[in-house]
Ligand binder design. Structure first.
Ligand code: NDP
Ligand code: OXD
Length: 310
């Protein structure tokens, strides 16, 4: 079986292809090259593939994504319904997402920004102790990422709830589900952590309407996709004082343009889409297992539902 490797339009990524080829001697792995003749690939291993991938290789019937989110992949030109899209499951990312959320939450709740300021003027000054019950956390999306985030924050003794399409049963984490569960979930939440996939249902989800229902002093941690957030609504809610701050890892336009107001906003922290990186060894191991299943005609793990969009 021939498999094409296309990583963000780059033609050389030996770090990944050499171990993949070594682990899978039964496949012929080749790099995508712009304007190359069709090689007859049946599967493709991709991250941000070039738009003409499927035109160049029309025989591809399986796309193995080197990331968890498949929103960009589902917009790929020529993606017919009979092509299966497969994502990475965890691959070392969930614990990093949890770490990122924990860092942002603890920094806000324990007021570490203030202590940083005090240090600049050598002030030995103690702020009032916090009460965890004043910082209830709500995790949007209780999949591979959301569950780990919720578990880690609950282990720090913050009151934690999760919201997803279907209800979950997780010790120490309250579960809210579907449209019916949303108002109560938002009304008990101060720190909202987003781990939803980007779909037609979740685009622009973080808006005046939803963020406006958070407890006063609300705080947003967006680690999922920039298109979830209506940017002007967040800025308005920060200006009005309803929201206390935000930590944002993902943006509608990446890289975030230098003149974007988020860069200089005193209560917004920006990071460059680094909440979690798929770990090379674990990712390669997952791809190898799935290609093995493909060769044996078995169902793959991590297949995306085209109907749900995740
Ligand atoms: P999963 O598919 O495992 O989980 C998705 C969760 O979202 C599920 O709990 C699902 O509910 C819930 N959900 C989906 N649609 C809705 C909806 N309309 N209403 C309510 N709940 C909904 O995804 P992952 O946890 O693996 O990844 C989540 C996202 O995290 C990725 O799509 C990606 O965008 C982002 N990500 C960002 C990274 C970064 O570095 N910034 C790194 C890795 C991922 P149910 O359980 O009922 O199906
Ligand atoms: C992913 C990401 O979806 O890094 O894996 O955002």
């Amino acid at each position: 079986m021939k498999v094409i490797f296309a990583y963000g339009g780059q033609t050389e990524t030996p770090d990944w292809t050499i171990p993949l080829q070594q682990a899978l001697p039964e496949i012929e792995l080749f790099h995508w090259q712009p304007d190359a003749p069709t090689r007859g690939a049946e599967a493709a291993i991709v991250w941000n593939p070039p738009a003409d991938l499927l035109r160049q290789e029309p025989g591809v019937r399986t796309l193995l994504n080197l990331g968890a989110g498949v929103d960009a992949l589902l917009r790929l030109e020529g993606l017919s319904d009979d092509i299966q899209v497969v994502r990475l499951e965890d691959a070392g990312m969930a614990v990093q997402m949890a770490e990122y959320a924990a860092h942002a939450l603890v920094r806000a709740a324990r007021e570490f920004d203030h202590y940083e300021e005090f240090q600049k003027t050598a002030q030995w000054r103690r702020l009032p102790d916090i009460r965890r019950r004043d910082w209830p956390v709500g995790v949007l999306g209780m999949g591979v990422m959301g569950i780990k985030v919720a578990q880690v924050l609950a282990a720090l003794d913050y009151p934690v709830a999760g919201w997803s399409r279907s209800a979950k049963s997780l010790p120490g984490v309250a579960s809210y589900a579907g449209d019916e569960g949303l108002p109560a979930f938002l009304a008990r939440t101060r720190v909202l952590v987003n781990t939803l996939p980007l779909t037609d249902q979740t685009r622009n989800f973080l808006s005046r309407e939803t963020l406006g229902q958070l407890l006063p002093g609300g705080y947003l941690i967006n680690m999922a996709r920039g298109e979830h957030l209506v940017e002007e609504d967040l800025l308005d809610l920060l200006d009005s004082g309803h929201m206390g701050g935000a930590t944002l890892d993902v943006f509608r336009t990446e890289p975030l343009p230098p003149d974007h107001p988020f860069w200089r906003h005193p209560r917004i922290t920006v990071t460059p889409h680094i909440a979690a990186a798929s770990l090379r060894e674990e990712s390669i191991a997952q791809i190898v297992r799935n290609v093995g299943r493909l060769l044996r005609g078995e169902p793959l793990s991590g297949v995306v539902s085209r109907r749900r969009g995740y």
